[in-house]
Each structure stands twice: as structure tokens, then as C-alpha cells.
Design a protein around this ligand. Structure first.
Ligand SMILES: Cc1cc2nc3c(=O)[nH]c(=O)nc-3n(C[C@H](O)[C@H](O)[C@H](O)COP(=O)(O)O)c2cc1C
Length: 181
């Protein structure tokens, strides 16, 4: 079983991106255990604090370090990633030489109500992660367009084709982690 740290780029309680993670969890993949990291207390990055890292940052970095893999689940804000997500990524690379993303098997998915389905944000995120040494899975891509009817009242995916598609993604992601661990 691989422990997967899930970094969701939304603080919103009713986030569609969190909802998608819960639905993935319900698919009960035999090799993947998902934990959504609590990032509510992570402050804005300030280089003055690198010598005395805020406790929430220390915790966040350890959770990434300890995970077998990382799944980024990102909304799209103004055709890019949310600022809070970039903030987390920046903290994770610092101080110099203590980059927790390096060599970490990583996946990217995202959901938005718009038809682009976070494709532009994911492209930006991919180029950042590659630059900081994460081992990013390129295929399959998941550009998920949110629709309420895709979920039942218990957050199970209702559409069989969508379910199979997401199961296929998890199978590939599991294989990606296995081959890069
Ligand atoms: C500041 C801001 C910018 C946004 N820009 C985009 C965008 O470029 N593309 C898009 O598809 N949706 C955009 N949206 C809509 C988001 O996809 C939508 O709010 C979504 O629900 C956010 O994800 P969440 O539900 O996980 O919080 C934007 C929303 C906000 C608040």
C-alpha cells in the first residue's frame, strides 16, 4: 500500500477538487491510501523565516517527505494555478538543498466547472514541478469538468465510464509510484 499525500489547491469547504479526491478514495484502489494534507495554517512564504520555519510548514514538508507519492489536485485560477498552491510548492523547495519535491513520484489532476477542465493550470503546474525535480506522470491526463450529477449523495461516481476512466488513472498512478520508488 502506498501512502499518497494529496495537495488540493483550494481552501474552500465545498471544493469540487476535494470532492473529486473523496470520490477517488471511494474507488478503494488496493495499492493507494490518500491523505488530504491540512494546509490551512501554512503562511505566505517569507525568506526571512527560512532559518526558523513555521510549524505548519515543517509539518507539511515532513508529510510530503514521508509520502510514497504526491497527488496534486488543482483548480484553475485565471488560467493558472491558485497562488496558495504556488506558495506551498515554494515552501517545499526551501531552504536550498532541502527540496522535498525532488525525485517524488507525482500526479496532477484537477476539476473545474468550465469546459477547459483545468488544462491550462495543469500545464503550468507540470512545468513548475518538472523544474524542481518531481517525477511527474505525463499520461493519462485528467481534465475533469464538474457536474453535480456525476456524484451520488455519498460521493460515489455515478457514471460507469467516468468511474472506469478514474480507476484506469489510479492503476497507472500506482504503477508510476511503484516504478519510481
Ligand atoms: C480567482 C478565480 C479565478 C478563476 N479562474 C478560472 C479559470 O481560469 N478557469 C476555470 O475553469 N475556472 C476558473 N475559476 C472558477 C473555478 O474553477 C471554480 O471556482 C472552482 O469551483 C474552484 O475550485 P474548487 O471548487 O475546488 O474550489 C476561477 C475562480 C476563481 C475564484
Amino acid at each position: 500500500m502506498f501512502n499518497i499525500a494529496v495537495v488540493v489547491g483550494s481552501l474552500r469547504k465545498e471544493s469540487f477538487n476535494k470532492k473529486l479526491v473523496h470520490a477517488l478514495d471511494k474507488l478503494n484502489h488496493p495499492n493507494l491510501k490518500f491523505t488530504i494534507l491540512d494546509i490551512n495554517e501554512v503562511p505566505l512564504y517569507n525568506q526571512d523565516n527560512e532559518g526558523n520555519m513555521p510549524a505548519a510548514v515543517v509539518k507539511f514538508k515532513k508529510e510530503i517527505q514521508d509520502a510514497a507519492g504526491v497527488l496534486f489536485v488543482t483548480p484553475e485560477y485565471n488560467r493558472s494555478i491558485p497562488g496558495m498552491l504556488k506558495n506551498l510548492i515554494d515552501w517545499g523547495t526551501r531552504p536550498y538543498g532541502k527540496n522535498v519535491w525532488a525525485n517524488k513520484p507525482t500526479g496532477i489532476i484537477g476539476v473545474s466547472p468550465g469546459v477547459v477542465g483545468t488544462a491550462v493550470a495543469q500545464g503550468h503546474l507540470r512545468s513548475i514541478l518538472v523544474a524542481i525535480g518531481a517525477i511527474v506522470m505525463g499520461q493519462p491526463e485528467v481534465y475533469f469538468v464538474h457536474k453535480d450529477e456525476l456524484y451520488d449523495a455519498n460521493n460515489n461516481i455515478t457514471n460507469e465510464d467516468t468511474k472506469k476512466f478514474l480507476q484506469g488513472y489510479l492503476d497507472k498512478f500506482s504503477g508510476w509510484i511503484e516504478s519510481h520508488s
